[in-house]
Design a protein around this ligand. Structure first.
Ligand code: ZN
Ligand code: ZN
Length: 374
């Protein structure tokens, strides 16, 4: 029977192949490693050059090896039925990883590394996967007409045209950029993504305790940014427009959490009535307690939302007359309630509605969120 040629290093790795079946050879002629360990120094220099500009506390190594090395290993595992055979990748990652641990005084992190370093032995290069930095916080929006995030231009769908001044945007500034830009600059991130726990209407303000959000900084070079300082920068620069607070570093999971959270909200709605408002109208409105609504997808969002009937609860409404035909309504409602439609009835798509309850057509002129629970 022909013996298996292996170098001393690979013989150690294949410790369960019977010794008499192995013919020792040098690394250059070893089919298991193909002398790949001789590239160690070169690869390590490449890594140091590549990660130099990134700040991180922990890392993980991975590697991409030529097919011939992988094929040999697969063949050996099948032949000797050693499913638990230690792989050459493990050997490389461990050998280089432990040296970096010592040299950098940084830890290997197997579950959630800040930086994943891939040694590509086929392309002779190093690739990095940088974990984004996630920052949780809450925001207030004081300016009407400011969208939360970028909306692509309706005419060109974001490509840029005459109508949008080649910006690709339907609206000018967004809350997202007012908040995110200082963080992107401080972290030297490539990009960012703004995750809101829901969004208010573009013309609504967001008061009280604010709306939760997670700012994701993509490919950041600096991770230890000063949140307190950046909060101050954003708040001073955008006084009377936007404010952020309660900032803390968080993990990706938080994005899912704030998206899924069911936060009941309290609104102030300035409501114009087509006729004079009577005391009896106000009494009828103030009687609303834990009222179930059926809301068919509103006309104004029917292009973006599935057409169906949703059931929502309005917990209470407090009405106050401001002018002869103007009401100030404080409304607490379940998450996802369409408030404007609850007021107007949206041509009967929402039932019941303020319009239906007092028998006089009403419309919401201004809508503010004053509190989000949780
Ligand atoms: Zn070998
Ligand atoms: Zn456009």
């Amino acid at each position: 029977m022909e013996k298996i040629r292996l170098c001393e290093r690979c013989t150690k790795r294949y410790s369960r192949i019977p010794k008499e079946e192995i013919a020792t050879t040098n690394e250059k002629e070893c089919p298991a490693c193909r002398n790949i360990f001789s590239k160690k120094k070169e690869m390590m220099q490449l890594v140091e050059k590549t990660v130099k500009e990134y700040e991180f506390d922990n890392f993980l190594l991975g590697c991409i090896l030529p097919d011939k090395i992988i094929d040999f290993e697969t063949e050996m595992i099948e032949k000797y039925e050693h499913e638990d055979q230690r792989s050459i990748k493990q050997d490389i990652n461990q050998e280089i990883g432990s040296e970096f641990e010592k040299r950098w005084k940084k830890e290997v992190n197997f579950t959630n590394p800040e930086i994943m370093i891939i040694l590509d032995y086929i392309g002779n290069k190093v690739k990095l996967q940088i974990k984004p930095v996630y920052i949780y916080g809450r925001y207030n929006k004081y300016e009407r007409g400011l969208p939360q995030t970028k909306w692509p231009c309706r005419k060109c769908r974001g490509r840029g045209c005459k109508q949008c001044n080649n910006t690709g945007k339907q609206y000018g500034e967004t809350l997202e950029e007012l908040v995110a830009v200082p963080f992107v600059e401080a972290s030297q991130a490539k990009n960012e993504s703004f995750h809101g726990g829901g969004r208010e209407d573009i013309d609504a303000v967001m008061l009280g305790t604010g709306r939760p959000f997670v700012l994701e900084l993509i490919d950041p070079k600096i991770r230890k940014i000063d949140l307190k300082k950046l909060e101050k920068v954003v708040n001073e620069k955008n006084k009377d427009r936007v404010a952020i607070h309660d900032l803390e570093f968080t993990e990706k999971k938080k994005v899912v959490d704030i998206k899924a959270a069911k936060h009941d909200k309290t609104y102030i709605a300035l409501t114009r009535c087509s006729e004079s408002i009577t005391n009896s109208d106000i009494a009828k409105i103030n009687k609303i307690k834990d009222m179930k609504l059926e809301q068919y997808t509103p006309k104004r969002v029917e292009n973006r939302r599935a057409k169906l009937t949703r059931e929502r609860t309005v917990y209470y409404v407090k009405a106050e007359r401001v002018e002869r035909d103007l009401l100030k309504l404080e409304i607490k409602a379940e998450t996802g309630t369409y408030i404007k439609e609850f007021i107007s009835s949206d041509n009967g798509r929402t039932k019941p509605s303020i319009t239906e309850i007092i028998g006089k057509p009403c419309i919401c002129e201004a809508l503010d969120v004053i509190n989000i629970e949780g």
